[in-house]
Structure formats: structure tokens, C-alpha cells
Design a protein around this ligand. Structure first.
Ligand code: AHM
Ligand code: MG
Length: 334
């Protein structure tokens, strides 16, 4: 019989692989695991307790805020305050970064960025949503307050990143830069259990994922590439929850695109807490992620907490092909 390995046990085991590890990152990952279980409980019973729907506010980037967004945001902040390892967070739901109170004079070395509930416009219709997170070592002096500079780090400087997908089952996938592992929540024991060790992304796949409704609003090179995907008889799948769409291609291979449109000339998705963590995971699993202007996502120097980016992310060979299309057709007159 296979022995069950819980997330806590796995994180602790991995800590022992680093001779000078102090347990701080371990503590942080555990805090996120606890928050994920709490958010999962609420997402699952959302229909029962009148928590569905919009709260009547707009968030920092102007989207309507669903009530569960606010709940998930609060729970993540609360849980990340537990171990005292995180000195500040930046979230899709907060205009500015939020400093967390130090614990018993502890000086914490990390900051965490997150989208508490990605794809939240789907909640009312029971479509999968997710939490996306990234962890950075702070740049500022650990004895002082966190600064904006702590957050404006390139994705390549992430210490760890991951996501939780609240789907038909609840999965937590994370990486500390040494491969990617996935854990499924066993609701009977309330534990995330290792279910997908050492995830490797297929070099290509049969899926492409893009909001094809915006086709006419994309640049010509993107339209050509999408035509090519269709000519190849690739299957179009678009859930409208980035975390769920990327999860599919992580396991089955494919490409996810969110190019610039007239409405979103710099792309819609947010660099810090959507594109960077998922790009970190995908690269760790052998895939690639670039902007539609061909810059590696993890190399972008962020200027703003809520900066947007275009993205093409997925199986390495397919991203390479998309890059060739952009190089070939972007010089053409529209
Ligand atoms: P959100 O963080 O406000 O939920 O927005 C991000 C979501 C992504 O999950 C998804 O890929 C995208 O928005 C869908 O946008 P569109 O409806 O324009 O296709
Ligand atoms: Mg989001």
C-alpha cells in the first residue's frame, strides 16, 4: 500500500534537503496551506450561506469584487500573520501593500504576493476558481518596515510560488525552484496529500486556450497563430479562470494566451500575482512563458504592484512556435 505523504510532512522533508534552512519558508508554506483549507471550505459551501455575488465594491484594478474575494483575501492575510514569517503582503484586492504586525519581536525575511480568488467572476456558476501566490525574500532591512522595493522584484527572484485550484477536487501545486509537486485535499482527513509528485509538462499538447471572442481585437501575428492552432485541429478550451486553464495545460500540454486587446493594450492579467507565479511553476515543469512581445515573463522588471502583462504560457515547443509566428508576422502591415 502507498504511504500517504501530507503537505506538512513533505514541506518538512524538503526543508531537511537545505542544510542551512531555518524553517521560515516552511512556516510560510504551511500558513498558505491552512488558508487554502479555510478558503476551500467557504468556496464549497458558498451557495448555502448567501456569500455568493458581488460586494458592490471595485478592487485596486477596477474589477467588481465578489464577496468570496474579500473573504479569501482576509483569510490569507490572517493566516500569513500566524507564523510571523511574512512582513507584508500585496494582493489583487488591496491598492497598496499591507504590512503585517511583527510577532514577538521577530524580524521576518519574506513578502508574499497573491491573487486570493482568481476567476472569481465564475463563482456564481460553480466553475473552478483558484488562489495564486508567490513568495519573495525581502530586499529591505529585516529589522525595519517592508518597502515597495520588496515587491517589485522580477519573477526569476521568486523563492517559491504556487496555486490552489478549487475544482472537482482541491489541489495545491507549488515549487520552491526544485521541481513542481501537487497535493490533493482529502476532505475526510482535512489534509493535502501528495498526489502528483515531480510534475513534468508535455513538450506539446492538444489544447490551446484563449478568449477567441476577442479574435478581431488581437494583433495580426496573434490572429495568424490562432488560425494555425485551429488548422492543426487543436482543441480550444477556455474556462475563464486562468489558474484552471493553466492547470489543464500543465498536465496535458498546450498553450494559454492572453494577448493585448484594444481594451487591455498591456494585457489583462497582473504580472506580480498572476503571471509570475504561474510562469515560475510552468518553467519549473519544463514549459515556457513569454509576453506576446516575446519577453520572458520572469525577466520583466515590475514598476507597479498591479502592473498588467500579456502572456503566452505553456508547453515549450508550442511557445517557441508562437514566438516564430510573432517574429514572422509582426512586421506585416495590419
Ligand atoms: P480576476 O482575477 O479578476 O478573476 O481576473 C482574471 C481572470 C483570469 O482568471 C482569466 O484568465 C481572465 O480573467 C479572463 O478574462 P476574460 O473574461 O477577458 O477572458
Ligand atoms: Mg485574478
Amino acid at each position: 500500500m502507498n504511504r500517504i505523504v501530507t503537505l506538512d510532512e513533505f514541506i518538512l522533508r524538503r526543508q531537511k534537503d537545505f542544510p542551512y534552512a531555518t524553517g521560515e519558508l516552511t512556516g510560510l508554506l504551511r500558513d498558505i496551506g491552512v488558508a487554502a483549507k479555510i478558503v476551500n471550505r467557504e468556496v464549497n459551501k458558498a451557495g448555502l450561506v448567501n456569500i455568493l455575488g458581488f460586494a458592490g465594491e471595485e478592487n485596486a484594478t477596477g474589477d467588481r469584487v465578489a464577496k468570496l474575494d474579500i473573504y479569501a483575501n482576509e483569510k490569507l492575510i490572517e493566516c500569513l500573520s500566524n507564523s510571523g514569517e511574512c512582513c507584508a503582503i500585496a494582493s489583487e484586492e488591496n491598492e497598496d501593500f499591507v504590512p503585517l504586525p511583527p510577532l514577538e519581536g521577530k524580524s521576518s525575511k519574506y513578502v508574499v504576493v497573491f491573487d486570493p480568488l482568481d476567476g472569481s467572476s465564475n463563482i456564481d456558476v460553480n466553475v473552478p476558481v483558484g488562489t495564486i501566490f508567490g513568495i519573495y525574500r525581502r530586499k529591505s532591512d529585516p529589522s525595519g518596515p517592508a518597502t515597495l522595493e520588496d515587491f517589485l522584484q522580477k519573477g526569476s527572484e521568486l523563492v517559491a510560488a504556487g496555486y490552489v485550484l478549487y475544482g472537482t477536487s482541491t489541489l495545491l501545486v507549488y515549487s520552491t525552484g526544485r521541481g513542481v509537486n501537487g497535493f490533493t485535499l482529502d476532505p475526510t482527513i482535512g489534509e493535502f496529500c501528495l498526489s502528483h509528485p515531480d510534475i513534468q509538462m508535455p513538450g506539446r499538447g492538444r489544447y490551446y486556450s484563449v478568449n477567441q471572442g476577442y479574435y478581431l481585437k488581437f494583433d495580426v501575428e496573434m490572429r495568424r497563430y490562432i488560425d494555425y492552432c485551429s488548422d492543426l485541429n487543436l482543441r480550444l478550451r477556455y474556462i475563464g479562470s486562468m489558474v484552471a486553464d493553466v492547470h489543464r495545460i500543465l498536465f496535458q500540454g498546450g498553450i494559454f494566451l492572453y494577448p493585448n486587446t484594444r481594451k487591455y493594450p498591456h494585457g489583462k492579467l497582473r504580472l506580480l500575482y498572476e503571471c509570475n507565479p504561474l510562469s515560475f511553476i510552468v518553467e519549473q515543469a519544463g514549459g515556457k512563458a513569454v509576453t506576446c512581445q516575446l519577453e520572458r515573463i520572469l525577466d520583466i522588471e515590475p514598476q507597479d504592484l498591479h502592473q498588467r502583462a500579456t502572456i503566452a504560457i505553456g508547453s515549450a515547443e508550442m511557445v517557441d512556435e508562437m514566438v516564430e509566428f510573432v517574429q514572422r508576422y509582426s512586421a506585416l502591415p495590419v
